[in-house]
Write a protein that binds this ligand. Sequence first.
Ligand code: XMP
Length: 513
Amino acid sequence: MNEQIAILDFGSQYTQVIARRIRECNVYSVILPFDVSIEKLSALKPSGIILSGGPNSVYAENAPLPDPAIFKLGIPILGVCYGLQLMAHFLGGKVEPGTKREYGKGTLSIIDSSCPLFKKLPSKLQIWNSHTDRLTKLPKGFKAVAVSDNSPYAAIENRSRNFYGLQFHPEVVHTPRGKDLIANFVHTICGCGKNWTMRSYLDQAVEDIQRQVGSERVVLGLSGGVDSSVAAALLHKAIGDQLTCIFVNNGLLRAKEADVVREVFGRHFQMRLHYEDTTDLFLTRLKGITDPERKRKIIGKTFIEVFQTATKSVGKARFLAQGTLYPDVIESVPIAGNPAAMIKSHHNVGGLPKNMKFELVEPLKCLFKDEVRQLGLELGLPKEIVFRQPFPGPGLAVRILGEVTPRRCEILRNSDSIVVEEMKKSGWYYKTWQSFAVLLPVRSVGVMGDERTYDYTIALRVVESQDGMTADWVKLPYELLEVISSRICNEVKGVNRVCFDISSKPPATIEWE
Ligand code: XMP
């Protein structure tokens, strides 16, 4: 993992997207806070540096500024949006407030096609802008290599110093050839090869785990979700029987979930799997509880108790493995007005109690979710696990409004199986972020045959999203909605009505709770 590109984060909501685009070029990338020390940055020996966008003005009082020494390292630099303005600001150009915000689609006209950023690209490109300030005077040694409708300096270069700047965002999908621009920067300008592949990562990760763990034992809480499953398969490849996975059935799982996990990890991979069925304990403690926060607290606390007891019963282990991902470990940049820094998940559990003294093994902590999936495939995990939709830790409890009872769990489980089955059959399952059923504790009148019914309502929630922070409801074909609705009403006893949730997040959330 020696070749890498360092991205300095000035608070753009797209910084992680830049990192992913680079990795899609098979080059490793790391995100660093904008004020990283020059010693730390140099120690990484990056082949190139990208200055991200950001919500500030370079001349604002509290503008995030990098150590100016980065411009003396002799390393190629690409400034994106705010990054371009910063570079100009530091190197003697002039940035001024624009009269109006340039936002949305635009066209880039390349005026110097010999600029290495534009290698093999057409002379006109569709681009995406999002900025107000603009560059009004080029720094010495720079020239414009492309213009847009509103900017004579949409792309600039100082080829002899290997400094480049783009006023628009090459990383977003609305700049369709942006990936080629980034590829040209990392391969042609920075000279990086294509060494970052999941195959090479796997070999390296196996060695690293073996070195870290030695002959000690490791426990891992397996939830059946993508991250813990891939972490388990990776650790098992590295250390075999030194790994014990603990799978807790809290009684709030989807239909067949426990069977799938036991089949895949226990029988197929032959892992040491400790299965703990604590359905009764969880459901007893949830009896009579209707407040969503209390339900969550009870489930979280009970899980820790059960897990703690299980770790003791499987024998002493020095390490605890976790499927932490890269987005969880990137230091967020505390910049006022930066939405990316302000949105925090309320779901992150507080971790395990202090008296559980484990050292951590986190073999996925430099990977993005899509990379974890590739790694899962590389490790031979079935598609059903690798591409499954996110499922919340408190399980069906956040999808049964009001009290959680065994009967309601059964109704929801049966309804949910139909949703998943039909979504998979129609090919929509893998195209959506989440698709599931929610049980509403209200009953309404219906009619079945000659009989009047008084049954529950199921809400169908199907959303698309990038990361769960925001979401939009998916416009499923009426025919599919019809099949799901009629199957649920006909096949699930206790339900006589199905509604489709057409709310986006915000203002709604994905789960109903
Ligand atoms: P909301 O409902 O807040 O959910 O829009 C956003 C995403 O988080 C998932 N979620 C959870 N995941 N533990 C988890 O691991 C939880 O307690 C939890 N609650 C919600 C939800 O499914 C969605 O993907």
